[in-house]
Write a protein that binds this ligand. Structure first.
Ligand SMILES: [Zn+2]
Length: 425
C-alpha cells in the first residue's frame, strides 16, 4: 500500500527558513508536507514527479498583485497568472476598499484555488474606478470624502482572516493634483497603526517628499515599486548612489518591495541598487490587466530579472517565499517546506536558452538563464502550469517607450558609453 499521495523526487530543494539548499525528496500526504528526506522510495507514493535538474521551493508568494476582476479594471484571472505560474499565495494590493471588500471575499477569494489575501485600500472604493496613475482617469483619492481611517479599521477588524495590511497610492494625478496626498497618507498611517498591520505605499510622481516617504514610514511597512526610474527614484540620478533617507529607512526596518508593474522596474536602477548591496526585501509583480502579457508576465520572470541584475539565486528565492510570509505575519503558515505545513510547493526549471528581456521601458538585457515554472501543488493538489502568449512580447514596447522620456535614470542612448557604475558598499 503506498504510504504517500505524492513524491517529488531528485530536485534541488531550496528552503531558506530551514537552511536547506541541496538535492532532496519531498512527500505529500493528505494535503500536508509529510517528509523531506535524502531519498524516499518511489513505490511509497501513489504518484511521483521527477524533479531531477529542477529547483524545488516553498510555494511562491507574490506580495503585490491585482486580483479583483470584473469589479476593478486592473483585475486579472488569479489562478491563470499566479497559481499557474507557481504562486500559491497572492496578496492583492488595494483593489478593494472598505465599501467593496465584501464582494472581494465573495467573488475574488472564494471561487479560486490560489490563496488570495489582501491589503485594504485606504480609499473606501479601492481601485473600483482607477487604473494606472499618471493618466486623465479619476483616481481613488480625488475627494477627501473617499478616505476614512475608522471605516478602514472596522473593515479590517471584521476580516482579519484575509486582510494583512493597508494600501495607499501616492501619486498627484489620482489625488486632486496632489492636494489630498498628505491627508490620505496620514489617514493610512493611522489606520495601519490602529490595527498593528503594515502599510504598503506606492510612491511616484508624488507631492510627498522622499524624506516623508519612505523617510517617515514605520518598521515593517512596505515601500513598493522600489526600482522605478522616475522622479522619486531611490537613487540620486547624477551618480546612481542610494539616497541617504532610503538607506536610513532600511535601517529603521522599512521593507523594500519590487512591485514590478507596468512602469516600476528599470534595469539600471535595479542593477545600481544591487551593486550597492541594496537588495529588495520582497520580490513582487504588481500583475494587472495592462501588464500580464508583458512586460511583467509572471513572478518567476520577475525573479529571473533580479537574478540577472546580480542578486544570488538563494536570496531571490528567500525574497519570494520566506520574506513575504514574514512581511504579512504569515510565517507560521506559509513560506517554508517544514513537515506538517500545508503542501504549497513550486518546482522551477532553469531554462538555459539565452533570452533578450525587456524592463518596463523596452530597455533590454540578455539573460543567460532564467526560472520557468514546471509544476505546482496548492494544499497538496497539483494545478496545471500556464504560459505567457509571447515572451518577450514586443507588442508592449510602444506603450513602454511612451513613458521612457519621463525617466530620470535610464540606459544611455545606444552608441554612447555605459553609465557610471556605483562603487559597492
Ligand atoms: Zn499595484
Amino acid at each position: 500500500m503506498p504510504h504517500y499521495d505524492w513524491i517529488i523526487q531528485g530536485g534541488h530543494v531550496i528552503d531558506p527558513k530551514q537552511g536547506i539548499d541541496q538535492l532532496m525528496d519531498l512527500a505529500i500526504l493528505k494535503g500536508r508536507i509529510a517528509a523531506v528526506e535524502m531519498a524516499i522510495e518511489k513505490g511509497q507514493a501513489r504518484e511521483c514527479f521527477d524533479a531531477q535538474g529542477m529547483i524545488v521551493t516553498p510555494g511562491l508568494i507574490d506580495l503585490h498583485i491585482h486580483g479583483y476582476p470584473h469589479v476593478t479594471p486592473l483585475g486579472i484571472d488569479v489562478d491563470h497568472y499566479c497559481l499557474g505560474r507557481g504562486v500559491t499565495t497572492a496578496v492583492d494590493a488595494g483593489s478593494a476598499g472598505c465599501d467593496t471588500f465584501p464582494g472581494f471575499r465573495h467573488f475574488a477569494v472564494q471561487p479560486i484555488r490560489t490563496r488570495l489575501l489582501a491589503f485594504l485600500h485606504i480609499s473606501r472604493a479601492g481601485l473600483a474606478f482607477s487604473t494606472r496613475t499618471g493618466n486623465d482617469d479619476p483616481g481613488e483619492l480625488e475627494s477627501k470624502k473617499l478616505v476614512n481611517a475608522s471605516d478602514c479599521v472596522e473593515c479590517i477588524e471584521a476580516n482579519r482572516d484575509l486582510i494583512v495590511g493597508v494600501k495607499i497610492r501616492l501619486s498627484s494625478s489620482i489625488a486632486d493634483q496632489g492636494r489630498n496626498e498628505a491627508f490620505s497618507y496620514q489617514a493610512a498611517q493611522e489606520a495601519a497603526a490602529d490595527v498593528s498591520l503594515p502599510l504598503m505605499v506606492h510612491h511616484n510622481f508624488s507631492s510627498v517628499s522622499m524624506e516623508d516617504c519612505p523617510g517617515k514610514m514605520k518598521e515593517g511597512d512596505l515601500y513598493t515599486h522600489c526600482f522605478h526610474g522616475y522622479p522619486n527614484t531611490v537613487l540620486k540620478p547624477q551618480d546612481l548612489q542610494l539616497l541617504a533617507c532610503v538607506a536610513q529607512a532600511r535601517r529603521d526596518g522599512v521593507l523594500f518591495d519590487v512591485g514590478h508593474g507596468m512602469g516600476s522596474f528599470a534595469w539600471p536602477v535595479a542593477e545600481a541598487c544591487i551593486a550597492q548591496g541594496f537588495w529588495p526585501d520582497t520580490i513582487s509583480t504588481d500583475l494587472h490587466s495592462l501588464n500580464h502579457e508583458g512586460p511583467v508576465y509572471d513572478l518567476p520572470t520577475v525573479m529571473s530579472r533580479l537574478w540577472q541584475a546580480g542578486m544570488p539565486l538563494q536570496e531571490v528565492i528567500r525574497a519570494s517565499t520566506l520574506n513575504p510570509a514574514r512581511a504579512i505575519g504569515w510565517a507560521d503558515r506559509i513560506g517554508t517546506l517544514e513537515i506538517g505545513r500545508e503542501a504549497d510547493i513550486t518546482v522551477l526549471e532553469r531554462n538555459r536558452d539565452p533570452l533578450e528581456l525587456e524592463d518596463c521601458h523596452a530597455q533590454l538585457r540578455t539573460l543567460p538563464q532564467r526560472l520557468v515554472p514546471a509544476a505546482v501543488w496548492r494544499n497538496g493538489e497539483p494545478f496545471p502550469i500556464t504560459h505567457p502568449k509571447r515572451l518577450p512580447n514586443p507588442e508592449c514596447y510602444p506603450s513602454a517607450l511612451e513613458w521612457r522620456s519621463k525617466l530620470v535614470v535610464s540606459d544611455p542612448p545606444s552608441g554612447s558609453p555605459p553609465p557610471p557604475r556605483p562603487s559597492g558598499t
